[in-house]
Design a protein around this ligand. Structure first.
Ligand SMILES: CSC[C@H]1O[C@H](OP(=O)(O)O)[C@H](O)[C@@H]1O
Ligand SMILES: Nc1ncnc2[nH]cnc12
Length: 285
């Protein structure tokens, strides 16, 4: 059976309807996650929810403990991790209120640890295709079932923030072919791949960033208004996932991402680091 993890972004701080729901504290070798994890079941499938910024929105995009969040999900038995995020749009056709199931990223973040590995245990995983195609397809179906307008595929520009982009940056990212912009899906997606989790990203469009001649610059009040309008559809999408997520291997091989990835010779490995990485990489160590 799959275990579905949901990382809820801005505006999504809990999921309703989980049976036996309990908030439980977790700790990891990378510290505590953003908040306790909400454990429960939906339609007989185990689910674990984590508010990315913490309840009450405590963490900035740069201070979110991405490694602890992914490690806590992995330790909780999560196999399939779905990110839900607020994003700006670079496309007329991707309008506020729409959902984009992201399949590519450009990572412009620079203040965040990006790997579980370190001196004494080096590994290089591929992120050429950073999201799980099977889990993404399930998200497309779930979001459509929830009544959302869904775009299947899109490139997410991950910026450091917390300020929004300048007009010149917004135009540049648009010229690069990016579709949406946010501050949090990196390094989360890279870490999920290292942890051999199936990862999908559901981007809820909240604004047109600052490039659009017919729309003013992005304002948090407009974002919150769109988010509030979207929360019901996000919740309905989450509720539809248990019937659509299949267990087992996927077309991308997410659950075997560490095959052939570790470079460090067995006798040169740092034993403390090997012990810290047991939950993440124990399968290949
Ligand atoms: C509320 S607008 C800016 C904020 O919202 C997004 O967060 P998340 O990806 O967790 O939904 C964006 O990345 C910024 O962190
Ligand atoms: N325009 C934008 N830029 C970065 N993150 C966002 N989150 C929501 N809208 C955003």
């Amino acid at each position: 059976m799959p275990v579905i993890g949901i990382i809820g972004g801005s505006g999504l701080y809990a999921v309703d309807g989980l049976q036996g729901a309990t908030w439980q504290a977790h700790d990891t070798p990378w510290g505590a996650p953003s908040d306790d994890l909400l454990h429960g079941t939906l339609d007989g499938v185990d689910m674990v929810f984590l508010p990315r910024h913490g309840r009450g929105h405590i963490h900035t995009p740069s201070s979110v403990p991405y490694r602890a969040n992914v490690a806590a999900m992995k330790a909780a038995g999560v196999t399939h991790l779905v990110s839900v995020s607020a994003t700006g749009s670079f496309r007329d056709a991707m309008a506020p209120g729409d959902f984009v199931i992201v399949d590519q990223f450009i990572d412009r973040t620079h203040l965040r640890p990006k790997t579980f590995f370190d001196t004494g245990l080096v590994a290089h995983v591929s992120v050429a295709h950073p999201t799980c195609p099977d889990l993404s397809a399930a998200c497309v179906r779930a979001a459509r079932a929830a009544g959302a307008t869904v775009h299947d595929g899109g490139t997410y520009l991950a910026m450091e923030g917390p300020q929004f982009s300048t007009l010149a940056e917004s135009r540049l990212y648009r010229s690069w072919g990016c579709d949406v912009i946010g501050m949090t899906n990196m390094p989360e997606a890279k870490l999920a791949r290292e942890a051999e989790l199936h990862y999908a990203s559901v981007a809820m469009v909240t604004d047109y960033d600052s490039w659009h001649p017919d729309h003013g610059q992005v304002q948090i009040t407009d974002i919150l208004e769109t988010l509030h309008g979207n929360i019901g559809r996000a919740a309905a999408m989450v509720a539809a996932l248990p019937g659509l997520v299949a267990d087992g291997p996927c077309a991308e091989g997410c659950d075997h991402a560490l095959d052939h990835a570790v470079m460090t010779a067995p006798d040169a490995r740092d034993p403390d680091l090997v012990a810290r990485l047991r939950t993440i990489a124990g399968r290949v160590l």
